[in-house]
Design a protein around this ligand. Sequence first.
Ligand code: RB5
Length: 144
Amino acid sequence: MKNLKIAIGSDHAGFELKEEIKQKLQELYLEYYDFGTYDKTRVDYPVIAKDIAARVADGKFDRGIIVCGTGIGVAIAANKVRGIRAANCNDIFCAKMSRLHNNANILTLGGRVVGPGLALEIVKTWLETEFEGERHQKRVDMLE
Ligand code: RB5
């Protein structure tokens, strides 16, 4: 797997899964920075999503992973930032396709949707799948 630098974060609903994902990133020897939240106290997901999206968009991090209850709110928030292609993938097929065809640079997950076993497989698949480029590059360029 490529040596990726990853920005990770969650709201309270995604906190437990975020902690599991951090362990997985350690096992994969991947560098990451945790943008919070750091406990289960209620927080507003747009704040954390915007923070991570800004760091990925400015190139300080290669990819981002953000977890909320469904993965939907953080994906909507992250996609407001220019240059961000956040994909909410709660299954392995979409995780793979979001990289192959969409060159997604942020993965969002629902801590209330997927269990840790599936979520970690989604993360691994998403991190190791490369963008196919070619005909898809033109379409991704059109998003900008
Ligand atoms: C928090 O209750 C929940 O709304 C949030 O985690 C997320 O699922 C929003 O999309």
